[in-house]
Design a protein around this ligand. Structure first.
Ligand code: COA
Length: 334
């Protein structure tokens, strides 16, 4: 059985910075409220008419990851693309990325696991490498949230949290001891409607929606039962990290860097306390980007590496929780 490891990382965020004070211009909210509840100070939102689609941002992050890995785009033999905000209802963004990278007709798979999407995608790619089927897999997480958010006071419980961006990694067959040690995936569909975007969907016939033309229909906007999500997130995050540690017979103090999905700084801090981790064992950048869903972990990983916070031989844990509910972790020896 082969092993896989991340050999290249990249990220991209749109230039347009939106601060909490900018939001307070048109939403009844404040910098104090947002900072206290979420830790977020600013996020990146594309400007209207911007060419940064989900796949376009994924392309930019991918090019950086390919360069960082020191491979050619033609070495890529599979693409896994995680997002909840695809360019089109169908086809998914994986094929758009294959086209826009200008590479041969490799397989492209789309992963729909929201905030856990990137860790699910890594797990899928890891299995393909373990079996020997592929050697160089491009794994991407990208999200374009801003055009789909309710940016009025009605939507303030959700819209203040989410940001746009993309991250990508090259997962390669490993020829040494470094690489992915294990991945752990979970779901609990019982809570699907606690964090969701209902329409448009195949159970909502488009002609009926058009006919109703109902301005109070908010099913096109993401819905989140914030308190409920928060409580489940802190429990599941901790559980899935412990699961990874136990499987590999290591302890919390052995973790050199935990890269949690950047859901909410308060969630990260809660997990940090619960696991007894120090500040330099946990990486957070939600303050600058908000919650970028499937993109948050690869963006954070890319920045942590740029800042020299992860070294060869480090034990790195990625963990996520989100809509589904789904949650997941991956433990790696860097
Ligand atoms: N600005 C100001 N007030 C706001 C607000 C905003 N942006 N959003 C909501 N409020 C108000 C509410 O209307 C409510 O007012 P009321 O008491 O008069 O009814 C009050 O603040 C409290 O709302 P509540 O939703 O209970 O706040 P909260 O403490 O749960 O914080 C979240 C809201 C969203 C920040 C928090 O629940 C959270 O972070 N949840 C998890 C989110 C998450 O991680 N999602 C992604 C999962 S991967």
């Amino acid at each position: 059985m082969y092993k896989s490891k991340i050999t290249g990382v990249g990220h991209y965020v749109p230039e347009n910075v939106v601060t909490n004070n900018d939001l307070a211009q048109h939403i009844e909210t404040s910098d104090e409220w947002i900072t206290e509840r979420t830790g977020i100070k600013e996020r990146r939102w594309v400007k209207e008419g911007d060419s940064n689609t989900t796949s376009a941002m994924g392309l930019k992050a991918s090019k950086m990851a390919i360069e960082n890995a020191g491979i050619s785009k033609d070495d890529i033999d599979f693409i896994v693309f995680a997002t909840l905000s695809p360019d089109y209802y169908f086809p998914g963004p994986g094929v758009l990325l294959q086209r826009d990278l200008g590479i041969k007709e490799v397989g492209a798979l789309d992963v729909r696991n929201q905030c856990s999407g990137f860790v699910y995608a890594i797990s899928v790619a890891d299995q393909f490498i373990k079996t020997g089927m592929y050697k160089n897999i491009l794994v991407v997480g990208a999200e374009l949230h801003s055009p789909g958010l309710d940016k009025t006071t009605r939507g303030r419980g959700v819209s203040i949290i989410f940001g746009d961006g993309a991250g990508a990694v090259i997962l390669q067959r490993s020829d040494d001891e470094s690489g992915i040690l294990s991945t752990h995936l979970h779901s609990e569909g019982q809570h699907a409607e606690e964090l969701c975007l209902i329409g448009p969907a195949t159970n909502r016939w488009v002609d009926k929606i058009m006919e109703a033309n109902d301005p109070t229909d908010i099913s096109y906007y993401p819905y989140m039962n914030g308190n409920f999500v928060f409580k489940h997130a802190v429990t599941r995050f901790a559980e899935v990290i412990v699961e990874a540690l136990q499987q590999n017979k290591v302890r919390p103090e052995d973790i050199d860097m935990l890269i949690p999905h950047q859901a909410n700084l308060r969630i990260s801090q809660f997990i940090q306390r619960k696991m007894g981790l120090s500040d330099d064992q946990v990486y957070n950048n939600i303050m600058r980007y908000g919650n970028t869903t499937a993109a948050s972990i690869p963006i954070a990983l890319s920045e942590a590496l740029q800042e020299g916070k992860i070294k060869k031989g480090d034990l790195v844990c990625m963990a996520a929780f989100g809509s589904g509910f789904t949650w997941a972790s991956a433990l790696m020896r860097w």
